[in-house]
Write a protein that binds this ligand. Structure first.
Ligand code: HEC
Ligand code: HEC
Ligand code: HEC
Ligand code: HEC
Length: 179
């Protein structure tokens, strides 16, 4: 009898443990969902990057689809960025397709020139916690993959990374001045 009681108590404890663990992962999943805002909301503070991104095929990736294809989820998925809270489809491969949905990290509390400069480490951490992604190979491969991509070309991240847009922080001094 007593033995059975112990078993039941142990099972109850294990069950509660699992329930608590599930609750925690659910809370985590909620925390990582952020809203898309579109490239025009990054432009005012990242003019140079925005201008050079506009020149890439990414910015026009929706325009290469025919009117028919623009309605097909199986094409739209890699030729658009996401949908804003208001339901606006963000056409093409915009900033947030690589950097993550930006509503929270673009906040002037985080992406503030003065504050960031005074303490870049803390502000980068705040931005990452708010959903910013510093893109690596995996963030490109989700679209630059053979699966479902009728025009696939082999993708070499190291060679292609630099084609994303200009990187003002690493530009040679004469380029920074506009040559
Ligand atoms: C898995 C992501 C993905 C899907 C799904 C996808 N594409 Fe693409 N598409 C790409 C990528 C990436 C490129 C650029 C080529 C490359 O590097 O693979 C591209 C390029 C293109 C181009 C330009 C081709 C060129 O040579 O300039 C067209 C047109 C196109 N896709 C049409 C479509 C159509 C139509 C569909 C739906 C049937 C589709 N894509 C589905 C990722 C995708
Ligand atoms: C195709 C993917 C892609 C898109 C689209 C993209 N970026 Fe980036 N971005 C990158 C990569 C890759 C880096 C370099 C990451 C690293 O430091 O390793 C980067 C770096 C940056 C940096 C740091 C630049 C520096 O000087 O170091 C800023 C700021 C930035 N992106 C803003 C933007 C904005 C704003 C847009 C839209 C106008 C945008 N990005 C669109 C891939 C992208
Ligand atoms: C209120 C102005 C502002 C807005 C809006 C803004 N940013 Fe920023 N962002 C900054 C500042 C300031 C920094 C600090 C580093 C710098 O000066 O580039 C920064 C840093 C970054 C970095 C990291 C750069 C690094 O050091 O590696 C990325 C990536 C980035 N922003 C992308 C974006 C994207 C994408 C959007 C739009 C969703 C956006 N930002 C909106 C001002 C802004
Ligand atoms: C949301 C999907 C998506 C993501 C994420 C993405 N790409 Fe692309 N990329 C495309 C599509 C679609 C095209 C084709 C655009 C077109 O031809 O109109 C393309 C084209 C390119 C091209 C031009 C290829 C050519 O021959 O013209 C380069 C370079 C490229 N991507 C690099 C990258 C890098 C580097 C990353 C990650 C930092 C990345 N892409 C992330 C969808 C994506």
């Amino acid at each position: 009898m007593r033995f059975n009681l112990i078993i039941v108590s142990i099972l109850l404890l294990v069950f509660c443990g699992v329930a608590v663990a599930q609750d925690k992962t659910e809370a985590k999943a909620e925390k990582v969902s952020h809203e898309y805002v579109g490239a025009k909301n990054c432009k005012p503070c990242h003019k140079e990057v925005h201008a050079s991104w506009l020149e890439t095929t990414h910015a026009k990736a929706f325009d290469v689809l025919s009117d028919e294809e623009k309605k097909k989820e199986e094409c739209v998925v890699c030729h658009t960025t996401g949908t804003t809270a208001k339901g606006v489809l963000l056409e093409g491969v915009q900033c947030e397709a690589c950097h993550g949905a930006g509503k929270d990290y673009k906040s002037p509390k985080i992406m503030n020139k003065k504050k960031w400069k005074a303490d870049p480490e803390t502000h980068m951490k705040m931005a990452l916690d708010a959903g910013l992604i510093i893109p690596g190979e995996a963030d490109c491969i989700k679209c630059h993959t053979k699966e479902g991509n009728p025009n696939f070309k082999p993708f070499d991240f190291a060679k292609r990374k630099g084609d994303s847009h200009v990187f003002p922080s690493t530009a040679p001094a004469d380029e920074k001045k506009g040559k």
